[in-house]
Design a protein around this ligand. Structure first.
Ligand code: HAM
Length: 416
């Protein structure tokens, strides 16, 4: 029969890679807790409207990349392509907003986008991220960027660049978009057909295009940072000051517009020189209109999300926790019961213990001990059962000692 394969753009994750994932997840939790974020888990599928309304119909994500399907009652559902819209929906629905206090959430989980798979780009990928609601200050924008930066640096990833920009707000952006659209239309014949259309529908998206001709045109188009209103300008100045204060190195990239429509004011990305064409490890920004757009009150938001696969690509060596590993080796079926009791005592004491029930001879069991990289073998032979003893063999030095069965807990506490 034909073998069934995993769908294109998805991956199974198992040892040794899974250790990197677990290590990363632990670090994420540790760092986010330090910055007073609590975890939120939202459903993997949502009503399609959440994303079309939240992210924007003109974006690549909504127009081309969503996994949308009808359920048995003909409702249109979508596997989440990102999590910001879902977290906002959850906060509105569960009445989590507190007008007197900022809300801070973090999340980790799978996202789905129908993209062409390549290194660092999958159809099922994983993100971790944070969202802060109800704090409109530029200082919190800097703190969010600091958390992202610090986490990567703590993971030993230092081939990174922090890029920031301001994409304006509903007061200054319409005038800027009008100007941009006019200027882009004047260069229309140099643009790809997609960008020609965007000059009318969403000219900001021209900055996203990877086409060489479009990049050249975009380089000479008016910059948003020269067209900000007073409020956005002050916010951007304060952001840069606060980043300097937090000692986060950054540069301003006026072409940075992000791929989703909900951003206002601050937009940022952290890219890595070690990645190929998919060099964005993470991206985020402020979205002060999204909550209202999704049916909530006028509450501000800022956050980021990182691609876990892209972070993992940087983790060659991880500091493994050196937990003692033990294999229980027994002579024959006659010693099995005594060995099982010992295994149970090891597990109760928090030791990593392995016992092979269909083991075969002791030589084979020792070989398995080497394979699982056991530090010690607890050996139960005929004599050990008769004398109520346990032989302990150091698997690295091959030294042996014998202890009384009743002293096992004492030995473990001393050596663990
Ligand atoms: P995004 O830029 O679309 O932003 O995605 C964030 C990160 O997810 C990217 O920088 C990249 O590392 C990773 N990523 C995106 N697509 C893929 C893919 N197909 N395969 C692998 N990794 C991928 C957002 O999702 C926003 N929700 C971020 C945000 C949070 N803004 C405010 N709060």
């Amino acid at each position: 029969m034909d073998k069934i394969k995993a769908p294109k753009g998805t991956k199974d994750i198992f040892t040794p890679d899974i250790e990197k994932w677990q290590y990363l997840e632990e670090k994420i939790k540790e760092v986010f807790n330090r910055f007073y974020f609590s975890e939120i888990r939202t459903p993997i599928f949502e009503h399609t409207e959440l994303f079309s309304r939240g992210i924007g119909d003109e974006t690549e994500v909504v127009s081309k990349e969503m996994y949308t399907f009808k359920d048995r009652k003909e409702r249109s559902l979508t596997l989440r392509p990102e999590n910001t819209a879902s977290v906002v929906r959850a906060a509105i629905e569960n009445k989590l907003f507190d007008e007197h206090f900022p809300l801070r959430y973090y999340y980790i989980g799978p996202m789905f986008r129908y993209e062409r798979p390549q290194k660092g780009r999958q159809r099922q990928f994983h993100q971790f991220g944070v969202e802060v609601f109800n704090d409109p200050s530029a200082e919190v924008d800097a703190e969010v960027i600091l958390v992202a930066y610090k986490l990567l640096i703590d993971l030993g990833i230092n081939t990174i660049n922090v890029e920031i920009n301001s994409v304006g707000c509903k007061n200054c952006r319409p005038d800027y978009l009008k100007l941009l659209s006019e200027k882009a239309e004047m260069e229309s014949e140099k643009l790809c057909s997609d960008c020609q259309r965007k000059t009318k529908t969403n000219p900001l998206r021209i900055f996203d295009c990877k086409n060489k001709g479009c990049i050249e045109v975009a380089d000479n188009l008016p910059k948003i940072t020269d067209n900000l209103c007073q409020d956005c300008n002050t916010h951007f100045v304060k952001l840069k000051e606060s980043l300097n204060l937090f000692e986060v190195p950054f540069f301003v990239n006026t072409r940075l517009v992000r791929g989703l429509d909900y951003y206002t004011k601050t937009a940022f990305e952290i890219t890595s020189e070690a990645l190929g064409s998919q060099n964005a490890i993470l991206g985020g920004g402020r979205y002060n209109d999204l909550i209202k757009q999704l049916g909530g009150n006028e509450i501000s938001g800022i956050g980021f999300a990182a691609g876990m696969e892209r972070v993992i690509l940087h983790l060659d060596k991880i500091e493994k926790k050196n937990k003692l590993k033990v294999i229980i080796v027994y002579h024959s079926e006659n010693e099995k019961t005594a060995s099982l009791k010992i295994a149970k005592r090891c597990w109760d004491l928090g030791l990593n213990a392995f016992i092979d029930y269909g083991a075969g001879n002791m030589k084979k069991q020792f070989k398995k001990g080497d394979r699982i990289e056991a530090d010690f073998a607890f050996v139960i032979g005929k004599d050990e059962v008769v004398d109520s003893m346990i032989s302990i063999k150091n698997m690295k030095t091959r030294e042996q000692e014998k202890i009384k069965n009743e002293d096992l807990e004492k030995w473990i506490k001393k050596n663990i």
